[in-house]
Ligand binder design. Structure first.
Ligand code: MG
Length: 321
C-alpha cells in the first residue's frame, strides 16, 4: 500500500534531516512527523541541557554569557541563574537536584531546592581542579565527572598533572582519579544498568571509550574504543534506556548501538552563518544533548548559538535507573 503524499514528504524531510544512512532501525527511533526545530537562539555557546523533573523545565548553559538558561515550550527562554561561574555540563541526581560543572570556579556544585549552592568538589590531591566539564550521577549518588583544561580561567595555572576522569562521593567529598590517560575527557555517561562507563575524548582521538565499571565505582577495566566521530569531535553524550549512545558531533548528534555501530545522524538544520550572514549557510555543531519534557522523549540539542529539539520514541537511561 502506498503512503499518502503528505506523509511521504514528511518522511523524506526526516530522512534528510535525521539520517545520513536511512537505516530503518534509526528511523524507528523517531515519530513519522519528527523534525529538528530551532526552539531558541541568540546565545553565544550553549552546553549542558538537562530536564528538571520537579519544576518541569529545561536548564542549559550559555558558557561565555556566564548564564544558566531556563526553557519551556510554553514560556520560552529566560534566565535561570546569572552569573553561573561559566557553568558547562549539568545533571540531575536521584532527588531531582541540579548538579553542575563550573569552569571559572573550577568546581562541581549541587543546587539545593531552596537555591543554595553546595560545593561538592573543587580539589584533587589538595590542588584545584582544572575546569570540570561534564558529569553523570548514579542512583546511589556517586558522581563521575571529567576535568579537561578547556575552561581554565584566563591567567590561572593548571595545577593537576593531567586531564582526569574522577569519581566523586558527595556524601564525603572524596574525589578519586578513575582514569588518567585521556587527552581531553569530555562527555560522560552510564549504561542503563550502570555497569558500563562511557567517556568521550574531544582532544586528538575524537572517540568514545567504554569501560566496565566496578560496583563501588572505584576502578574500571576492559577499556576499549567504542566508536569514533567522523565529523567534528564528541562532546556531550547520553545513553537511552535501550543502551544506545547519542553523541554530539560537528553536524548534530550521532547515534550508536550499544556495541558502537553508527545507526544514524540527527543533523542540525542549515542556518545563516551568525558570523557571516550573507555567506554560505552552516550547520551548527552540537556541543551537548539531553532528553526532556514530561515523558523524557524530546531530544534537546545545544549547538553553538541555538537550542534545537526533536521528538523521539526513546527515553533517557537516567529515567529508568
Ligand atoms: Mg562538554
Amino acid at each position: 500500500m502506498s503512503r499518502p503524499p503528505l506523509l511521504c514528504c514528511v518522511l523524506l524531510a526526516l530522512a534528510s534531516l535525521a539520517s545520513a544512512q536511512e537505516n530503518p532501525e534509526f528511523q524507528k527511533l523517531f515519530p513519522d512527523d519528527a523534525k529538528v526545530e530551532r526552539v531558541a537562539e541568540g546565545m553565544k555557546f550553549t552546553e549542558g541541557p538537562v530536564w528538571l523533573p520537579i519544576s518541569k523545565h529545561l536548564v542549559f548553559s550559555d558558557i561565555p554569557s556566564n548564564e544558566l538558561k531556563k526553557f519551556t515550550r510554553k514560556d520560552g527562554l529566560s534566565t535561570f541563574r546569572a552569573p553561573s561561574n561559566n557553568t558547562n555540563g549539568n545533571a540531575i541526581d536521584a532527588q531531582g537536584r541540579l548538579l553542575s560543572c563550573e569552569h571559572s570556579a573550577r568546581r562541581v556544585t549541587r543546587t539545593e531546592p531552596d537555591g543554595k549552592i553546595t560545593v561538592l568538589a573543587d580539589k584533587f590531591d589538595g590542588k584545584p581542579l582544572n575546569s570540570p566539564n561534564d558529569l553523570v550521577v548514579r542512583p546511589d549518588g556517586i558522581i563521575f565527572f571529567t576535568d579537561p583544561d578547556y575552561g581554565l580561567p584566563r591567567g590561572a595555572t593548571k595545577e593537576q598533572p593531567g586531564n582526569y576522569v574522577y569519581r566523586l562521593d558527595p556524601a564525603t567529598g572524596t574525589v578519586h582519579a578513575l582514569v588518567k590517560d585521556f587527552d581531553k575527557p569530555n562527555g560522560i555517561a552510564l549504561s542503563p544498568d550502570g555497569k558500563k562507563l562511557y567517556v568521550a575524548d574531544s582532544g586528538r582521538p575524537r572517540h568514545i571509550r567504554a569501560f566496565d565499571l566496578a560496583d563501588d565505582g572505584m576502578s574500571v577495566a576492559n577499556g576499549k574504543v567504542l566508536c569514533t566521530i567522523d565529523k567534528g569531535a564528541p562532546d556531550g553524550i547520553r545513553v537511552d534506556a535501550d543502551g544506545r549512545i547519542w553523541s554530539s558531533a560537528g553536524d548534530g548528534v550521532h547515534v550508536f548501538t550499544p556495541d558502537g555501530q553508527l545507526l544514524g545522524k540527527v543533523l542540525t538544520p542549515e542556518i545563516p552563518n551568525p558570523a557571516n550572514p550573507n555567506g554560505p549557510k552552516v550547520r551548527e555543531g552540537a556541543a551537548n544533548l539531553g532528553f526532556g519534557d514530561d515523558d523524557g522523549r524530546t531530544l534537546y540539542i545545544t549547538a553553538r548559538t541555538s537550542l534545537y529539539a526533536i521528538r523521539t520514541n526513546v527515553t533517557w537511561a537516567g529515567l529508568k535507573r
